[in-house]
Design a protein around this ligand. Structure first.
Ligand SMILES: [Ca+2]
Ligand SMILES: [Ca+2]
Ligand SMILES: [Ca+2]
Length: 329
């Protein structure tokens, strides 16, 4: 009886500790919603080519009854210059640009009933005057952010900085050598992913190719092989895995792309989730066929090549025999 009581006490204590821990863990989450609804002045990142112009935007996010804004934008004048600030949601916009100091003081005024929501403060046209690879922070200081009414009520806001890169991000291009792959844990079947068609528009070296295979595994390289040990069956059919490729250029800019990749259970040629005579028929139909240049010309042949070795033969047929009656659910 005594022991039982002690056990309960212990349990109660650990529950309290857990609750306190949980509260601490959740505290930032409880604060977040209020934070997320406050006003933020942000400027988008911009990617440029030396000697050329490009446009970015300053946005006053999540604001109510905005009448006046007076914002100073600062930048590195050895890297970029401002050509113009225009196209504002405000009725009146007055930029004072100083390209030797690296500042632009921009005033905006709305004569109406105030501005609401995400307000476009202005589009800023920059010229890249620095060298390829140079960057400039785009920072802002808020001198004034006020409501539209006769009473001068200031609106609290935070700044979300941006970056100007004299560098264009790489373009990620992912392909799968086989359009249809099979689970390869028992009977090997390698999926092959190719990133070598990726490129960089300003000819930087691509330094990293990172793959996330969609099943929790990841890999690195311009060409990678991956053996799937799982598949996605949604109750009526297969769902592809979303394979994500991220490429990085020598300047550190990254771009990602997502490619759906089909994975069937071993032996399932027609993709109906069951290994039976229908699958064997396709193997017979394309018996001894070989693919051209590593790729199959039809989906049916691609599926019938159950081990992805570019030929449809006995090695594919034996899988159907071995997996006869298997289902994907
Ligand atoms: Ca680049
Ligand atoms: Ca089947
Ligand atoms: Ca084969």
């Amino acid at each position: 009886m005594m022991m039982k009581r002690n056990v309960w006490k212990k349990k109660g204590k650990s529950k309290v500790v857990m609750l306190v821990t949980l509260c601490f863990a959740l505290a930032p989450l409880l604060v977040l919603p209020a934070y997320a609804t406050s006003t933020v002045v942000s400027i988008d990142d911009i990617f440029m080519v030396t000697g050329e112009n490009a446009v970015t935007q300053i946005t006053i996010n999540n604001v109510s009854y905005l009448g006046v804004a007076d914002i100073t934008l600062t930048f590195d004048p050895s890297v970029i210059h401002i050509i113009s600030v225009s196209n504002s949601d405000f009725d009146f916009l007055w930029p004072v640009i100083n390209n030797s100091a690296g500042t632009a003081r921009i005033g905006g005024m709305d004569y109406g009933d105030g501005l609401y929501g995400n307000v476009k403060f202005g589009e800023v046209t920059f010229k890249a005057v620095g060298e390829h690879g140079e960057i400039s922070v785009l920072n802002m200081s808020l001198k004034e952010l006020k409501e539209a009414g006769p009473v001068e009520t200031s609106i609290p806001a935070t700044v979300d900085k941006g970056t100007a890169y004299i560098n264009l991000p790489p373009v990620a291009v992912a392909t799968s050598l086989h359009l249809f792959n099979h689970v390869g844990s028992r009977y090997p079947c390698n999926a092959t992913f190719i990133a070598s068609d990726s490129y960089d528009p300003d000819n930087d070296l691509i330094t990293n190719y990172n793959w996330s295979c969609g099943d929790g595994y990841s890999s690195e390289g311009a060409t990678v092989e991956h053996e799937y040990s799982s598949w996605n069956w949604n109750g009526t059919g297969y769902e592809p895995f979303n394979v994500c490729l991220t490429v990085k250029d020598a300047g550190g800019l990254e771009t990602s792309t997502v490619m759906p990749v089909n994975v069937y259970i071993a032996g399932d040629v027609d993709g109906n989730g069951r290994v039976n005579i229908l699958d064997a028929v396709y193997i017979g139909k394309h018996w001894n066929m070989e693919c051209m240049g590593d790729r199959w010309s039809t989906d049916q042949q691609d599926r019938a090549d159950l081990n992805n070795d570019c030929v449809i033969n006995i090695l594919d047929a034996v899988r159907i025999g071995a997996k006869w009656g298997d289902v994907a659910w």
